[in-house]
Design a protein around this ligand. Structure first.
Ligand code: IPD
Ligand code: CA
Ligand code: CA
Length: 279
């Protein structure tokens, strides 16, 4: 395993232990609100602290861009930036719904080169280094081989926080429900992307995501033979907020199926302001 990936795995497992401990004592957690329907617990913050400490112990010069506010030198010129969601799926976590994960990626000169997604409930570890494939618990994973959208199981996330995009989303979901074998909305975008990489889903799309939701999962998808892009199928998926990910055949079919919604999505404001240092 690449040394940087193994440090990221160590950090993700430390965070996972903190999350699992918190899950056993949900009633005792202090929860605060960041915005409408946007909660954060001490577990999110402690997990982020443990990840950042582990990474910076090993690589003191690296920059950090993390959801709960740790921003260290993460500007556009930074050579190495760790992009971190310490707990993706916080709403699920707070309800005891067992679908959430830790997501850690390293971007080298703007390109994601290492990625870890860790599901502490199932002890599932998804890892990838650029050029070396994608793995689930050390077994190679690949995207699904389905060829027709009508046969596909597709994942998504929808805007539940301030309702931006909601009307458009309802119509997008109608289109996808009609054109696929099934639609799922589990509630942790990073894990959704890992599921595309593992072939559990044939594809996924969401609008209004942040870089820490997408970074590690994007590498997993690419290294498992899939494609990831924005709603136009183009390359601005990391900072642009819009993501379609799928096996190559289904990717093209999803871009076509969702094309009628592209313009109106672009006209609407994003549901969450990007992290101050994300640009
Ligand atoms: C959220 C989850 C959710 C997605 C939201 C994300 P958080 O992340 O990934 O599935 O629909 O867009 O913000 O806030 O739980 O880390
Ligand atoms: Ca997230
Ligand atoms: Ca989070």
């Amino acid at each position: 395993m690449h040394p940087m990936l193994s440090i990221a795995v160590k950090a993700a497992r430390r965070a996972g232990n903190i999350i699992n401990r918190g899950a056993r004592e949900l009633d005792l957690l202090t929860v605060t609100t960041k915005g409408p329907k946007d909660f954060v617990s001490e577990v999110d913050r402690q997990a982020e602290g443990a990840i950042v400490e582990t990474l910076l112990d090993a690589y003191p010069d690296h920059a950090i861009l993390a959801e709960e506010g740790t921003a260290k030198g993460a500007n556009a010129d930074a050579e190495n930036v760790w992009i971190i969601d310490p707990l993706d799926g916080t709403t699920n976590f707070l309800h005891g719904f067992p679908q959430y994960c830790v997501s850690i990626a390293l971007a080298h000169r703007g390109q994601v080169t290492q990625g870890v997604i860790y599901d502490p409930v199932r002890n599932d570890l998804f890892t990838s280094s650029r050029g070396r494939g994608a793995f689930l618990n050390e077994r190679r994973i690949r995207v699904s081989r389905r060829q027709h959208l009508r046969d596909c199981l597709i994942g998504t996330g929808f805007p539940f926080r301030d309702g931006a995009y909601l009307e458009t989303y309802l119509r997008m979901m109608k289109t996808m429900i009609e054109q696929t074998a099934g639609l799922r909305r589990p509630g942790a975008a990073a894990l959704d992307l890992a599921y595309v990489a593992a072939g559990f889903y044939d594809g996924f799309w969401e609008v209004g995501l942040n870089p820490w939701d997408v970074a590690a999962g994007s590498l997993l998808v690419q290294e498992s033979g899939g494609l990831i892009g924005d709603m136009g199928g183009e390359g601005n998926f990391l900072h642009g907020g819009q993501v379609i990910a799928a096996n190559p055949r289904i990717f093209a079919q999803m871009v076509t199926a969702l094309a009628p919604f592209r313009d109106e999505l672009t006209r609407q404001r994003p549901p969450r302001p990007a992290h101050p240092s994300a640009g």
